[in-house]
Design a protein around this ligand. Sequence first.
Ligand code: FAD
Length: 390
Amino acid sequence: MNFDLTPEQQLMAESALAIGEHYGLEYWRDLDARKAFPQAFWQAVCDAGLSGVALPEQYGGAGQGMLEMALIVENLSAGGGGATVGQLFMVNPIFGGVSVSKFASEEMKAELLPRLISGDLFFCMALTEPNTGSNSLELKSFAKETDEGWRLNGQKIWITAVDDNGKMLVVARTRKIEEVKRRTEGLSLFVIDVQREGLTHQPIDKVGTNTLPSSTIFFDNVLIQPHELVGTLNNGWYELLEVLNTERIVTTAGLVGASQLAIKLAVEYAADRKVFRDQPIGSYQSMQFPLAQAHAEIESARLMNYKAATLCDNGEPYGSEANVAKLLAAQAAAAATERSMQTMGGIGYSKEAYVERLWRDARLFRFAPVSEEMILNFIAQHDLGMPRSY
Ligand SMILES: Cc1cc2nc3c(=O)[nH]c(=O)nc-3n(C[C@H](O)[C@H](O)[C@H](O)COP(=O)(O)OP(=O)(O)OC[C@H]3O[C@@H](n4cnc5c(N)ncnc54)[C@H](O)[C@@H]3O)c2cc1C
């Protein structure tokens, strides 16, 4: 067990922090208010070679692993972006990068990966459905085989960062649930254009993560061509798990960075703010303890995330660690941002103090991309060997 970063990893973390701080809190506050995509930030991330850190060198990536990606996301997030930076990595290098680099044909890899890594192409992933939610195996979108490939019908909800010129990783049934022996059979992954006849989307009005829209998607007889299948027909569930488990790692990294930032803002504010006598509020133990607690919790989440990422990079099972890290990070980030706001009193509730965006954004991750309850179900069943309760 070695907790030291290599000089290369240290350098990556530092350059990520420098980019994060260059854009900083004001940049993100402005975009959040305008519900605008962080284009300049993402382009800077891509130009610095950070988006493709874990993708193969032959397509323009850096050929490193998930540990390096976690370090980068954490630092970009801590520099000012907060937890939504994790989502940017989720939709592009993970939903696009992991699915294509691991499971697509050579032609698709050569066509899409260089564009994804350079920031020229955006991805999103359509898994969640309005009627089935966390019960992904029972999703209803169905791709019916035809002479031309497949025809897709169905509906998705909460799909983040749908870009009209981008690609969508779609999870659909290719065999009906009634026709398969196990519910994990009969799902397939496809990469299609967002701009396609029969595909429409509508943004959802939401609480936070405003710089990335979330949309409802309708598929009305959408044509999918044979070369757009990614991975093995009817075996998509197991391939999807690789995407979802790496997604947990970047989610956690974004939350760790956001918490670090929220705690820093609170500590700075508490050092200056004097209410009674000439004593800063930061000198009161009752102000210090909750921030110290938040720090302890987020450090644990960070460490567990590094373990998950390292196991993943070594080709060992890491699903349990990735889930535990995400559970801890989401709870710790919700508490850290809440505590940061409490430390600031009224000003924490204003846009001026910045923490309100971090607080709104962090709240999402207690139930997305996977909820606390579903992670606890997983731990009880798989780690503790308890019976499935649902
Ligand atoms: C802003 C945002 C962005 C998102 N981005 C994407 C995206 O890009 N792509 C995508 O595919 N999806 C996306 N999602 C969807 C997200 O993954 C789901 O919201 C999440 O998985 C939870 O599903 P649900 O909202 O349907 O909740 P439900 O599944 O309806 O759950 C509701 C509540 O019931 C609890 N619950 C359900 N079943 C159990 C059980 N068996 N035991 C105990 N408790 C249970 C849940 O934990 C939760 O608290 C996004 C969601 C949001 C809000």
